[in-house]
Design a protein around this ligand. Sequence first.
Ligand code: HAM
Length: 452
Amino acid sequence: MPGKPKAEAAPKAAKKSKTLETLRGFRDILPDEQAAWEKIEDVARNLTHSYGFGRIRLPALEATSVFERGVGKDTDIVEKEMFTFVDQGGVKMTLRPEGTAQVARAYIEHGMLNQQQPVKLWYMEQFFRHERPQAGRYRQFWQLGLEAVGSDDPVLDAQIILMTYSFCKDLGVDTIVNINSLGTPAIRKAYISELTKYFKGHAKKLGETDLKRLQRNPLRLLDSKEDGMEELKAGAPQLIEYLDDENKQHFMKVLEYLDEAEVPYTLNPFLVRGLDYYTKTVFELVSTNPIGENGSQLALGGGGRYDGLIPLLGGREATGAIGAALGLERIMLAMKAAGSMPDNKRTVDVFFCQLGEAARRKGLKIFEKFRQAGVDVGEAFAKGNLKAQLEIADKMKASVAIILGQKEVLDGTIIIRDMEAGAQEIVDVEKVVSIVAKRIQDEKIAAKNSKE
Ligand code: HAM
């Protein structure tokens, strides 16, 4: 693995223990959390559909060079955080740490430049980074990614930012956008040489990590949270002052569009982001409720323009692109903090009860018929006792219970029980599905009418 990650305690699974556990930084997502995940997926689908984004499903493994070239060799991700290995055939590959380089690779590989531009793609995938695990930081995590490739129009910058903002808002999470412009590589080069001069003049005040940054990637000094850096950073030259007219115009346009769309933002001259491909606009979204450990602020998502990435990976020159990715575990933490997690309790319209072996056997097929007819039906076939089954029906808020007993099996009948009134009627088993389906439909129409 590049950058040799620090030795750490042996994986839990390898300890001399009888119980097996997930690896550090990896976790199971249990049924309790599914309602929230489904809500996140629904909002993502709805949003990307409205804005005309097509879904792309990306492979989990890529040739390591996709990220080395795309994300940049001197970035933290490539230097320290990638899960890289050589397979049985001697090919060096990496578990994807992010999706933008993958999308750029796919855009070129599939000749998407021949489609209508910009090509707008979204993905919801799991990514892998060997980071120190903590609240909101895992080694396997989910991202919703949005990428618009093939245009350098600033309206797309604003649209992508608006989409990320709306995604959070639709999930009940209020955010603020931190935004900055990094300019084009030529401008950044001139700026970096000034920045380097400035920090070299203050080298004595820099800690070990920051001295390394000064040598390898001075821009990252603006990200530094080390002691005494706030003051030093405040006196440092600011990139925004080095922007030429074209870059300034682009940035101003983005901000104007955001004003029009009423997206709240803060100009942050220290926002540089940790990936090398960015040009011009960069941004991050933070929740108005902090979600990190000890009340610290963690970005819910971030992104920016990457006009140089497609040419860098072998595509056509002058292919402008902009994108963003949102960390879904962090979004979920923010939903919890905002009290907007959906209720995970399953409810049904109808509950199927069976009593005795013959009823259980016949019941399997009757239950299937209800399901195939589109009725929202629940069951507890592992239970034999009627009282226990009716209690579950009650908890699941069923308005109707269907009861099949030994006698009914022999008669070819079945019982329909109104859960609220307790009234029961016996009907022909062949007709029960259509009778109940109609009753539920009528109940829903009546409930809707009474609301209006
Ligand atoms: P990123 O800032 O590295 O950007 O990641 C985007 C988001 O993914 C972060 O803001 C965070 O919410 C989430 N995230 C990152 N690392 C972790 C982790 N270890 N555990 C949990 N969540 C995490 C990118 O990945 C770019 N590809 C975004 C982009 C798309 N830029 C242009 N297009």
